[in-house]
Design a protein around this ligand. Structure first.
Ligand code: ZN
Length: 282
């Protein structure tokens, strides 16, 4: 095995909260579809699956039974050792208890931790209030789930510093820079450099990953690989493979990320290498 520092983790986010079958018939919505897509993405080189589910109407939801189904199906795939990372947001305006239950009961290796409140896409509030973030951090530690600290702007990185200082988060942190969401920081290389420098100031020794939504996705993907980060791809962030072309699956995004990583002279991390890089148990 070559050195761990040359390994890059690909996270796939196959479903997310927003794309519907009307936007793209290729987005996996049903638990069986999501589990199969995760398996196929793992085969293409994804080491982490960031998982959302939908309700029976296909809408964003934190329905426990759906998470349970996906997690059970993925765990039953004996040859597939992908790391599962469950969302704790699900969408907008969902109940705090419902946001907590899936990771608390199902104990995936990771779960998202959205480190602040924002005006979401200029239409609503994505609420992650201080009491909720304290509770989330405490409960994740209680059940041994590693937080993926999702930050949509630099202020959220400094929020993470507060929760780290006060013991609600534990070093080393793993950040996900979510860029280009209206209401958050825009997806430019200049901003990515700034986000990384903020992270290094508040939590040196952290690992990090990034993605850009929409048209700037490729810029962030290439810049992240060049700057030493891990990457996230998938239909949660983009339904188009390139301008005007709907992606035929999540696997094509994973395959492209793997090609870029390898062309750069690096290698994709297996799930076990990702566990080592992120300090996960097992
Ligand atoms: Zn998500």
């Amino acid at each position: 095995m070559s050195e761990l520092k040359n390994k890059r983790i690909i996270t796939v986010a196959p479903t997310g909260a927003w794309p519907t079958k009307e936007n793209t018939p290729n987005v996996p919505i049903e638990p069986e579809e999501i589990a199969e897509e995760i398996y196929n993405c793992w085969k293409e080189g994804a080491a982490i699956a960031h998982i959302h589910v939908r309700n029976d109407e296909g809408k964003a939801a934190m329905e426990f039974s759906k998470f349970e189904k996906v997690v059970t199906l993925v765990r039953a795939m004996k040859d597939c050792d992908i790391i599962m990372n469950l969302t704790t947001s699900g969408g907008i305006g969902l109940k705090e208890d419902d946001r907590i239950k899936p990771f608390y009961e199902l104990k995936p290796e990771m779960a998202s931790y959205d480190c602040g409140t924002m005006n979401w896409q200029h239409v609503t509030v994505f609420e992650n209030n201080p009491a909720f973030l304290e509770r989330l951090g405490t409960l994740m530690q209680e059940v041994g789930v590693k937080p993926e600290v999702e930050v949509f702007d630099p202020g959220m990185i400094y929020n993470a510093q507060h929760y780290l200082k006060n013991g609600f988060l534990k070093a080393p942190l793993h950040f996900q820079f979510c860029m280009g969401v209206p209401g958050g920081i825009s997806a430019t290389t200049k901003n990515l450099v700034f986000m990384k420098s903020c992270m290094e100031e508040v939590a040196p020794g952290s690992t990090w990953s990034a993605f850009g939504v929409g048209a700037r996705a490729m810029e962030i993907l290439y810049a992240t690989v060049a700057m030493g980060g891990h990457v996230r791809v998938g239909m949660e962030d983009n339904v188009l493979y390139k301008k005007g072309v709907i992606a035929e699956s999540n696997m094509v995004f994973v395959a492209r990320a793997k090609r870029i990583i390898e062309e750069f002279g690096l290698e994709t991390a297996t799930p076990n290498e990702a566990r080592e890089l992120l300090g996960l148990k097992k």
